[in-house]
Design a protein around this ligand. Structure first.
Ligand code: ASP
Length: 299
């Protein structure tokens, strides 16, 4: 059996993140890498590593996914997430779903138990219940910090039309396992103050998440911009055309900036284990693990 050196890369959102905010969220990224890396090292599949990493980030209230999700204009929260297995070219997403403790795991259930690629809204929540998941009220996921930010923006009269940036905190992971399989996953509470019913790039294969036989990508930033250039798939195509993972990442965020408004970032992993990380926002929490370097989380 083919034996690759496994790699794990994660991000916790691109946006107008202050140095203080970056420093506060940095340990959360390191913890996840340190906990998931041993699993990959001992031969766990890339899909398992991605799901576990994203679940841990969803459970961390510092990030905009699961607990700690951004509030929409009407004060409610809904989740978007997707996961993709590059070795099978199979993936699935869930969009605008309420109450699910770990949206990434629901996306994986859609992949494994339905013939579909995307489930949305109330019916996706019903599917979660059918799968034995207990739905929780919005209040369970809303942190004091997110509520205060929402109140501030509401008082200032901000509307969805003012959304030219993502506030940061969306999460994602890409992994390469010992068998050479790639996987990618992304999860978010979406953009703060967005219209009820709005869906971003995160649950859309090819836009927010993509994995095939050459690369795996997870994107973050303004979904409306990311979707218009199918950022994750475009990055993978760049690798197929011969770019390194880092070149492809830099090129695709450049393309986003040239063609669409807003800011973005992504993590990208090639089948050779090449890592690409790029963003055109102020900052993006991110980090990676390789067997030779261990856990690296930039200062
Ligand atoms: N891309 C996400 C969305 O548009 C938000 C983010 O990454 O911050 O829903």
């Amino acid at each position: 059996m083919q034996q690759n050196s496994p790699v794990l890369v994660i991000h916790a959102g691109a946006g107008p993140i202050s140095p203080e905010h970056y420093a506060r969220n940095r340990p959360g990224v390191g913890d996840v890498l340190a906990k998931v890396a041993p699993r990959l090292a001992s031969g766990a599949p890339a899909m398992e590593a991605v799901e576990l990493a994203v679940r841990m980030l969803e459970d961390d209230p510092r990030f905009n996914a699961g607990i700690g999700s951004s509030l929409r204009l009407d004060g409610s929260i809904r989740f978007d997430a997707s996961i993709m297995d590059g070795s099978e070219l199979k993936g699935a997403g869930i969009a605008a779903v309420r109450g699910v403790p770990n949206p990434i795991s629901l996306a994986r259930l859609v992949l494994e138990r339905t013939p579909h690629v995307l489930l949305a809204g109330e019916n996706a929540a019903e599917f979660a219940v059918d799968c034995g998941i207990d739905l929780l009220p919005d209040n369970y996921f809303i942190t004091e910090e997110r509520r205060k930010l929402w109140e501030k923006k509401l008082m200032a009269g901000e509307t969805p039309g003012d959304q030219v940036y993502s506030s940061g905190g969306t999460v994602g992971a890409v992994a390469l396992d010992r068998q050479g399989r790639l996987a990618a996953g992304t999860s978010t509470g979406g953009l703060i103050m967005s219209m009820a019913g709005r869906v971003g790039d995160s649950p859309i294969l090819g836009a927010g998440t993509y994995a095939d036989d050459v690369a795996a990508a997870s994107c973050t930033g303004v979904g409306e911009s990311i979707m218009r250039i199918l950022m994750a798939k475009t990055a993978s195509d760049y690798v197929r055309q011969g770019m390194s993972a880092q070149e492809a990442s830099s090129e695709v965020v450049k393309l986003q900036k040239e063609k669409t408004p807003g800011t973005s970032g992504l993590i990208l992993l090639s089948a050779e284990g090449g890592i690409g990380i790029a963003f055109n926002s102020l900052a993006m929490n991110r980090g990676y693990w390789t067997e030779s370097e261990g856990v690296i989380v930039p200062e």
